[in-house]
Ligand binder design. Structure first.
Ligand SMILES: [Fe+2]
Length: 274
């Protein structure tokens, strides 16, 4: 029997009473998916999930993304390996929703904490439905119907500025021209409304003057990740996090280097926001 224990008021639940390691049936998947729609991010502990089981679970949510060019688990190009140790420092990352520079940003990700540091290395998640709900009615009405521009080149400006960065990322830049998304997104399954701008990729709000857009975005970025909308998850070895990228933001806490941390991630394709 699957039990969900909410982690805090805005979002998140720890799921107990389910063993993911042997694969799950469609009934259990439905329960997990319903819990995800409600809580927006789910956590599981003690799940030493093998790559093939990780892949099967992802397939139940949708089509996984394949990243041949990134480090991945042998034989599983959909399982990206995110690994940091003393020779490979972790980078500071800011709050974001994954890949909103795409016309169809991911539905979500399933992240397996394979090797976790003794201390630190948490991940913060913020509820964009709570952030929307926390706005005044006139502000909600003003934002609803507005469109924002999201840009890969803006999000990766530091990587592009590195030596050889332009050449390395030339194909990504070419394949990812700026895209437009609604500022307020409706979740396709739950119907919840969520704030859908993030400081990593959102560069402007269409139709506003530059200064208006800047001030409004800066307000929204700060508003979106205030304490009452955020939960900070502490990983153990073999914890799993599943987040709904359609209605959350996240930020890894970069406080564990030079300790070793290895995460294995599958990202699932999503729909065009509306
Ligand atoms: Fe991310």
């Amino acid at each position: 029997m699957l039990v969900t224990k909410p982690t805090n008021a805005a979002l998140g639940a720890v799921v107990e009473g389910v063993d993911l390691t042997e694969g799950i049936d469609s009934e259990t998947f439905e329960e997990i998916n319903l819990a995800l729609l409600k809580h927006e991010v789910l956590f599981f502990h003690n799940q030493p999930m093998k790559p093939e089981v990780h892949a099967q679970l992802a397939n139940m949510f949708g089509e996984p993304q394949y990243h041949e060019a990134y480090p991945h688990v042998d034989g599983f190009s959909q399982i990206t390996v995110l690994e940091n140790d003393k020779d490979n420092p972790s980078k500071i990352e800011q709050w974001h929703t994954d890949m909103t520079f795409r016309p169809c940003p991911p539905l979500g990700s399933i992240l397996h904490g394979a090797i976790m540091p003794e201390t630190g290395g948490d991940t913060m998640f913020a509820s964009m439905s709570a952030a929307f709900d926390g706005l005044s009615e006139p502000m909600k009405a003003f934002l609803d119907g507005l469109t924002a521009i999201h840009d890969f080149s803006f999000g990766f400006k530091e990587s592009l500025a590195e030596p050889g960065g332009k050449a390395r990322l030339a194909e990504m830049v070419r394949d990812n021209p700026p895209v437009e998304h609604p500022v307020i997104r409706t979740h396709p399954l739950s119907g919840k409304k969520g704030l859908f701008v993030n400081s990593l990729f959102t560069v402007a709000i269409k139709g506003l003057k530059e200064k208006e857009s800047r001030v409004l975005l800066d307000f929204l970025f700060e508003h979106a990740v205030q304490d009452e909308y955020v939960y900070q998850f502490s990983w153990q070895n073999d914890s799993i996090a599943i987040w709904d990228n359609r209605i959350t933001q996240h930020k890894p806490v970069n406080d564990y280097w030079p300790q070793h941390r290895r995460m294995q991630r599958i990202t699932i394709d999503g729909d065009a926001p509306f």
